[in-house]
Design a binder for this molecule. Structure first.
Ligand code: CA
Length: 417
């Protein structure tokens, strides 16, 4: 057969396959590219002390997982809100009262069961037992949630085609070092973000902070609650935990204050907030030590829910998982495990604004001179604050919350320039 005919034949055969490829959900890169990417990691792994045997065993049969949300693959449809509960659920749903109450009841039992270990960990790190048990509850529902994915596969995919490749490559190398240290391959199970163990921590954190919490000579953050919580406590201590202090407080705002005061840049001593008319919700006044500490106003649902003064330990929990709702969940669950924590001001139910609306409004406000940290479609404290300042400047109802109403107003302002 002449070469040209052979070539055309191959080409026609390929064409016949096209509808199949067109129907595939993702424009995946060819597999050999992934394999050469993995092969290219060897020098870095070797320098970190990983043996060839560990390296080859770690990646045996591993293929990228293109179903991970929010990968950086050209032509792939955008996943709304990246699929993370912290950004897709409303505060009312995320801070579901029945769920918090259920976790609090179980948390109190675990508090008693692990009393000796928790006392030891508190003495060692200064991090209170309520917060530690709350993080365990939030992350894996006290070990009853078993993340289904292979952490090596997740981290390798994110290092290969994720939006933060360098960060995840570092995590992947750290995961290989964990295997080298003797962590069983079968324990490297994770959610899609690659976090492992009872408290769902990243491999680099494990290498920095994991310790033997129960004194059996081994570190096992998968089966030993004491090991997992000692590790979490060391992490929080390392991020600047203040011994003996609370994460923050629900407050009742005075009538003249509004949500545009929110956010870390407006942090001030709690005594100043009290002078401005803010009161601790639920009656008990602030103690002297509390009055002297710095806090910022946080209203995760804008005007549609409670207000909080977030102190240093709130910032620390937020470094564990960068979300106001996450840190608030952990703080509030810890309070409930103490026997407190009922929200005084209720969360109102409403539909979560679309990422498109939020991102559109962020871009518009940026253009109109209201500085945004990021145009990312996520409703962080600065986004809420800038919306509040915009509403204030334009005589609108101040609710510090993204909506089509404010977006339409901002669009017309921008068009009229
Ligand atoms: Ca141990």
């Amino acid at each position: 057969m002449p070469a040209l005919v052979r070539f055309l034949g191959t080409w026609i055969a390929a064409l016949a396959l096209l509808p199949f490829y067109a129907a595939a959900p993702v424009a995946a890169k060819p597999s050999q590219d992934f394999q050469s990417f993995i092969a290219g990691l060897w020098p870095q792994a070797k320098a970190a002390g990983v043996s060839r045997k560990t390296f080859d065993a770690a990646f045996a049969g591993v293929e990228p997982d293109y179903t991970i949300p929010d990968l950086d693959i050209p032509g792939r449809p955008k996943v709304d809100n990246a699929g993370q509960a912290e950004f897709t659920k409303t505060a009312a749903d995320y801070l579901s009262k029945p769920y918090l109450e259920k976790l609090a009841v179980q948390g109190k039992q675990f508090l008693a069961e692990h009393k000796a270990a928790l006392e030891r960990i508190e003495g060692l790190t200064g991090v209170d037992r309520y917060t530690l048990v709350a993080i365990w509850g939030r992350e894996t529902a006290y070990g009853t949630y078993h993340p289904p994915n292979d952490a090596i596969r997740m981290l390798a995919t994110l290092a290969y085609v994720g939006k933060r490749k360098e960060k995840f490559q570092e995590e992947l190398i750290a995961a290989l070092v964990m295997l080298q240290q003797g962590v069983p391959r079968s324990d490297m199970k994770s959610s899609w973000a690659g976090a492992v163990g009872l408290t769902q921590a990243m491999p680099t954190e494990y290498l920095k902070f994991a310790i033997d919490g129960d004194g059996d000579g081994k570190i096992d953050i998968w089966r030993s609650v004491a090991d997992a919580l000692a590790f979490t406590a060391k992490q929080l201590e390392g991020k600047g935990w203040v011994r003996g202090a609370r994460w923050g407080y629900e407050v009742v705002a005075p009538a003249h204050a509004d949500c545009s005061l929110e956010g870390p840049p407006d942090a001030r001593p709690i005594s100043d907030w009290v002078k401005m008319g803010f009161k601790k919700a639920g009656g008990r006044p602030f103690t002297k030590a509390e009055l002297a500490s710095d806090a910022y106003l946080m209203m995760p649902a804008g005007a549609y829910g409670p207000a909080f003064l977030a102190a240093q330990n709130f910032r620390v929990i937020r470094l564990y998982n960068t979300s106001d709702l996450y840190a608030l969940f952990v703080g509030n669950l810890g309070d409930r495990i103490r026997g407190e924590g009922e929200f005084v001001t209720p969360w109102k139910s409403f539909a979560q604004p679309k990422t498109k609306t939020v991102a559109g409004l962020q871009a518009r406000l940026q253009q109109l001179g209201f500085p945004m940290d990021k145009v990312d479609g996520k409703i962080g404290s600065n986004t809420r604050k800038q919306i509040g300042l915009y509403e204030k400047a334009n005589g609108l109802t101040i609710d510090c919350w993204p909506s089509d109403r404010v977006l339409a107003h901002a669009d017309s302002q921008a068009a009229g320039r």
